[in-house]
Ligand binder design. Structure first.
Ligand code: ZN
Length: 111
């Protein structure tokens, strides 16, 4: 009996991956109000969305491992007292506004 050959789809190149994410990103522009609704059950994220509304980013190279949609990066910065006590922390929380999954925190500053 002959073995069935299942065609393996060619792996997308980095460029194709980027183009796909770019396209989703352009189609996804979720406005601020929608983001607030999407993360209404996550107090911490909601707090930072409201505190740093100008620091919300749609990174073009990351998608949700759960649903494949583009992630949003929300800037987070610990309160002033933590910086005064040399335990301040700031960075971006990557989260999926579609399925609500949090991905990772990427620290950009600490003292
Ligand atoms: Zn998702």
């Amino acid at each position: 009996m002959r073995k069935l050959k299942i065609p393996i789809p060619p792996k997308p190149t980095e460029e194709e991956k980027r183009a796909k994410i770019e396209k989703m990103w352009q189609e996804a522009p979720m406005d601020y109000a929608t983001l607030l609704v999407r993360f209404k059950n996550n107090e911490r994220l909601l707090h930072y969305l409201k505190e740093f509304p100008d620091d919300i980013e749609w990174p073009k190279d990351r998608t949700c491992k759960n649903c494949g949609k583009p992630l949003v990066a929300v800037y987070e910065c610990s309160p002033a007292w933590t910086w005064a006590n040399l335990c301040g922390l700031a960075g971006y929380e990557y989260a999926c506004p579609y399925c609500g999954k949090l991905h990772e925190f990427q620290m950009t500053m600490m003292n």
